[in-house]
Design a protein around this ligand. Sequence first.
Ligand code: DC
Length: 227
Amino acid sequence: MKKIIIAIDGPAGAGKSTIAKKVAAALGYAYIDTGAMYRTVTLCYLRSGKPFSESLVTEEADHLDLSFAYRDGVNRVFLGGEEVTEAIRSLEVSRSVSAVSAVGGVRRAMVALQRRIGAAGGVVMDGRDIGTVVFPQAELKIFLTASVEERARRRCLELQQKGQAVDLEDLKKRIAERDHLDETRAISPLRCAEDAVFLDSTSLSIAEVTSRIIALAERKGACGTNL
Ligand code: DC
């Protein structure tokens, strides 16, 4: 059975993680959330209490004791023995992660880790630079996007379901700002690889996007165990 690498890149809030998890489950593949890796480095830096510097965050990335475990239907993230699944989604981490992930030393360490994890194939990896930098040889590359309005609307619903008060206009502004930072940074900016399949999910359901990607994976020779 062929175990391919599926790279899913795209901007914040396009639904990458939701879709990537479903594709991975259908194919019996591992799901790797690379955003969680940059978030964990950011958490370490914030906890250090020290002022931001490239050498400090690179040091944190080089010594990151990170692991993933899938338990009770949740992809859990561990820093040493501590579960940080929730902590890496905090507002503070979200605010600082763009600056941390723009540092060359941090990216070098994370890309090396991602290549080790995905080397044997049978993975669905989502992020910003998986198809362009981490695995330019990936058999299947997807660039998943949606309009800023739709991404803000989805995020708004998600936060409301968690009981948090949100302002849609503020969310739109923050999403547009993060897109700008991710697209214009000097190292590995967010862009669609030339050989990626461009998927705009603005008016597509999760099920539609998932089944399109699974069909594309099958055409590349992937053979699902759980289809
Ligand atoms: O997907 P996310 O929102 O959890 O990602 C958090 C941040 O990490 C985001 O601002 C961009 C950055 N990131 C990156 O630079 N490269 C990746 N492969 C994944 C995420």
